[in-house]
Design a binder for this molecule. Structure first.
Ligand code: DX5
Ligand code: ZN
Length: 214
């Protein structure tokens, strides 16, 4: 699966930019609050507006403090998958249950320096594990290959039936890095600059998908 990140899109033409990646598996929307990360992007009103103009299942990545309070609103609005950061969540299990009760899939994200092991039990409540392969906050950063160990561990836990979730990776995914991520066992690849920095975003999505399959 390929999930274009609109962080690298033209924010003045968001509806057109979303239409330009028609056929993508998920649409990745980065919500940043200038507290959990040193950048500010968009919030629920813009997510609600985008939900009206696209059928692509929306993947909301909340890089915000107090997701315990805010995450469920994105599920109620109609997001397909809502991901919170374990570093910010006070009660991730309750968040996951609230998200699922509101009809969304629940995602848990870990920053590059956050280990996976302490959260394996908690992940039983989640549908998605989002492994960050850059420090969250900005598009266009370089891929941190060290995080692939966590991807391999997660893949193994899924393949052996200990966890049931989709393994997603976010940050620095492009033609040079997607194959190693695919080999490590990623199911869903977020790509921002590699998609919206390309002349034809839809073509870039198709090319990444082909590369991930090989
Ligand atoms: C970074 C965001 C990413 C970002 C990825 O904090 O979570 O989704 O858009 O951008 P690229 O693909 O350019 O690294
Ligand atoms: Zn993201």
């Amino acid at each position: 699966m390929i999930a274009p990140s609109i962080l690298s899109a033209d924010f003045a033409r968001l509806a057109d930019e979303v239409a330009a990646v028609k056929g993508s598996d998920w649409l990745h929307v980065d919500v940043m609050d200038a507290h959990f990360v040193p950048n500010l992007t968009l919030g629920l009103p813009i997510v609600e507006a985008l939900l009206k103009v696209t059928d692509i299942p929306m993947d909301c990545h909340l890089m915000i403090e107090d997701p315990d309070r805010w995450a469920v609103g994105y599920a109620e609005a109609g997001a397909h998958n809502v991901t919170v950061h374990v570093e910010a969540a006070a009660d991730p299990v309750k968040i996951a249950r609230d998200l699922r009760a509101a009809g969304a899939k629940a995602g848990l994200s870990i920053k590059p320096g956050t280990p996976l092991e302490p959260y394996i039990e908690v992940l039983k409540e989640f549908d998605t594990l989002l492994v960050m392969s850059v420090e969250p906050g900005f598009g266009g950063q370089s891929f941190i290959a060290d995080v692939l160990d966590k991807v391999r561990t997660a893949r193994n836990l899924v393949d052996t039936g200990h966890l049931r979730l989709l393994v997603e990776i976010d940050g620095g995914i492009n033609a040079d890095t997607i194959e190693q991520a695919a080999e490590a066992g990623v199911d869903c690849f977020v790509a921002g600059s590699a998609v919206y920095g390309a002349g034809d975003p839809a073509k870039a999505v198709a090319a990444l998908r082909d590369q991930a399959r090989n």
